[in-house]
Design a protein around this ligand. Sequence first.
Ligand code: 5GP
Ligand code: MG
Length: 179
Amino acid sequence: MTPARITLHDKTFEINIPERQILQAIEIIAARISSDYAGKQPLFLAILNGAFMFAADLLKEVSIPCEVSFLRVSSYQDMHSTGQVSEIIGLKEEIKDRHIIILEDIVDTGHTVYALLQNLISRLPASIEIAALLLKPECQQHPLQVKYIGKAIPNEFVVGYGLDYNGLGRNLRHIYKLV
Ligand code: 5GP
Ligand code: MG
């Protein structure tokens, strides 16, 4: 789907970051990771549901041997973070002594990724970094180092490219913001 304006539920959104820009940002991240992790066979842990499209496009551009797995945590309802992160669901891999790269669609308050980090660090990985397609710098409430960032955006609600508004919009190829 490629319309310039879309309506999801009760809200109208317009294109904010076109697909071509998203893919360019992802290529840069993939090149950095391929060089930083040469010889390390990293394990990507992509956070569902939002990061599925980011993970798919990023992994296609990573040129070194790597593994990927998907897990789920949940903290968002409607258009506001609830600030509560429930347990990790779906992590079957042994991460001890592995080089872990968390793939997140967007870091907003940082609650989700911070809680996930603490949990994963307790399992003693060899290293752990975060790659986020989008970052809302004004909203970060935790001391987080996001090593790989696709694009910093202002504090606006966005949908598309994996991101939803109450379930809708994940299939859109561009990123849209509220009109
Ligand atoms: P945080 O815990 O950092 O506040 O929020 C992270 C999660 O909230 C993201 O993984 C994403 O699913 C969701 N989120 C944060 N900002 C937005 C946004 O602007 N749009 C959408 N659709 N989801 C968001
Ligand atoms: Mg998410």
